[in-house]
Design a protein around this ligand. Sequence first.
Ligand SMILES: O=C(O)CCC(=O)C(=O)O
Ligand SMILES: [Fe+2]
Length: 279
Amino acid sequence: MSNHNQNLIDKVTINSIVNTDKITKTMKKYGVCLIPNYISDEKCNTIQKECAKRSEVKVDTNFKDGSYRRYDVYKNTGAAANKRVYHTDCFSNDLMEFKIDKHIQTICKDYYDKGPYSVHVQVYERHQFHQIPVRSFHIDTFETSTFKAMLYLSDVTIEDGPNSYVIGTHNNAELRRKKQFEWGPKRSENLEYLEPHPTNFIEEELGPLLKNWVKFIAKKGTLILFDTWGVHCGLSPAKKGDRHVIVNYYRPGENLPRSDFGFDPKADYKKYFSKYEKK
Ligand SMILES: O=C(O)CCC(=O)C(=O)O
Ligand SMILES: [Fe+2]
């Protein structure tokens, strides 16, 4: 790994989840924080096996426990050309613990200076090589800043398509304004066969900010907390790549009910195009 990338990782690393004040500070400054060894390798392996039972079935399935499997949910956008199992807390006690982790809830509350916050979606994702590259640089929605926690269940090398983040962009309201009102929707990696998306960025739009682009090459058990108002993306897995993660989606409210999506990509389209038409 390049020294530059390692230096960026080090900048946003806090070594224990109990250091909630330090983590909140790091989040406020950079928009992202990495916590190594959040859970043990043994737990990661157990969880991964439980998830595989549901992800590796042939067709999308609604399970009796309340979880459900979906493949390639946003077709032709590259946004999720992967296997997913929603609401993994339905079958795993370890993941229920992760979902209701008080440390992360505290960080969330302090990060936004209001609260309480809780998880409304917990999803397992398995990323492998796919003809369609994964969705490149984006923010999740213009609407509001959202908070996510991504847990690596497997060691993630550059080939496995690590999560990545453009450090500091969470505070860049001007960048979001330009995207929304000047630059307009873009295709992932500018590939003409993909649909343009209002909240996607291309490299030219990010320019010098890209020197702060960190790729989270890290061991299983690593937790990454991030504000999705900052520019981020997963990288596309190489032919041999395989990445297993669990993601918690946080929203304001205590003990939120399970919901289907963290945000509504259609709402972004509507909002964008209605504004456009009014002009
Ligand atoms: O898969 C990744 O690393 C990025 C995921 C992402 O964009 C998100 O969860 O908002
Ligand atoms: Fe995202």
